[in-house]
Design a protein around this ligand. Structure first.
Ligand code: S0N
Length: 286
């Protein structure tokens, strides 16, 4: 449903964001309401390019949303209407990576990419304007992308002397196919929202004025569904791309579900009660 008018009344009503005051961020904003966390890169003067400080704050905010039991889904976006994110801040690019205030050069955006994929809640990229370079990879690693009509997508690495040969290449190929992924990286073109929709790079294109409420409507709909089902499905979708680390994530869910059974609890109880475990009452399912 790409227009707000298509949604039932309960999903298209306004949302009233709260901004928790306990943590002060410099480069990002953190809002929450109705079980949705909204994380905003707030550097519009550089089209929301990220520097190490930005990435550290994003990692902190995603961890916060991950651990908050009230939060069911997370929106990642950029401040203003001109950009979601324009990638690494070229002004602080040093010899080996992006420099923080202490001069340490680190490629810390890769930690953020992995975190978005492994945190067990749906993450939705809400894209107005440019999603370019490392900013394009950030939307790619999100579970869903809702694009405004003014959104523009692309990679610039071979033009500016960088590349993302990890998820930025491999996950892009799995998402839209090998030929198109190679085109995006080899030619450094930009693609508008409708082209992105046609290649399966985004889930929906909506009028700019409706972007936030339509994205919220998607989150409201997901928040009504089984959190465990969404959690395991997210891990399942990532498992093959992420190899053993992906299987580890998926398997962690199986372990958590097993912990909740009487059978697993019999093992723990027997240990604590200093007796042999008695698993005879648990049937072997065919
Ligand atoms: C986004 C673009 C297309 C917007 O064009 P527009 O609207 O014409 O605006 P501009 O006038 O160009 O920009 C407005 C102001 O914003 C500044 N600015 C824009 N982007 C950046 C940026 N990325 N870094 C710093 N400043 C930026 C402009 O300079 C301008 O400032 P003023 O007003 O002061 O002149 C266009 O701006 C554009 O193409 N931007 C550059 C996009 C880009 O090439 N990004 C970097 C790509 N590389 C990465 O992201 C690295 C990825 C990465 O981090 C990574 C990945 C894998 C493994 C490791 C790493 C790693 O390095 O950590």
């Amino acid at each position: 449903m790409h227009r707000l008018a298509d949604w039932p009344e309960e999903d298209r009503r306004p949302i009233y964001w709260e901004s928790p005051q306990d943590v002060q961020y410099q480069d990002i904003l953190y809002h929450r309401a109705e079980g949705i966390a909204k994380i905003t890169i707030n550097r519009p003067e550089v089209r929301n390019a990220f520097r190490p400080q930005t990435v550290r704050e994003l990692i902190h905010a995603f961890q916060r949303a991950h651990l908050d039991p009230e939060i069911g889904s997370i929106i990642l976006t950029g401040a203003g209407e001109l950009a979601f994110c324009s990638g690494g801040d070229q002004r602080v690019r040093g010899h080996e990576g992006y420099q923080d205030a202490q001069g340490v050069e680190s490629l810390n955006v890769l930690d953020l990419q992995r975190q978005i994929r492994t945190l067990p809640k749906p993450v939705v990229a809400m894209v107005a304007g440019y999603a370019i370079g490392g900013g394009h990879v950030l939307h790619l690693v999100c579970d869903l992308t809702i694009a405004a009509e003014n959104a523009r997508f692309g990679q610039t690495g071979p033009r500016v002397g960088s590349f993302d040969a990890g998820l930025g290449a491999g996950l892009l190929a799995r998402t839209i196919g090998l030929k198109k992924a190679k085109e995006i990286w080899f030619l450094c073109r930009q693609y508008d929202a409708q082209e992105a929709l046609a290649m399966g790079l985004v889930n929906a294109v909506v009028p700019l004025a409706e972007l936030e409420l339509v994205t919220v409507a998607w989150c409201r709909q997901m928040n009504r569904l089984s959190p465990t089902a969404l959690r395991v499905l997210k891990a399942a979708f990532n498992a093959d791309t992420d190899g053993l680390a992906g299987i580890q994530e998926l398997a962690g869910n199986a372990t958590a579900l097993f912990y909740m059974t009487e059978e697993a609890q019999e093992g723990r109880n027997a240990f604590l009660e200093r007796r042999p475990p008695d698993f005879r009452r648990f049937r072997r399912r065919p």
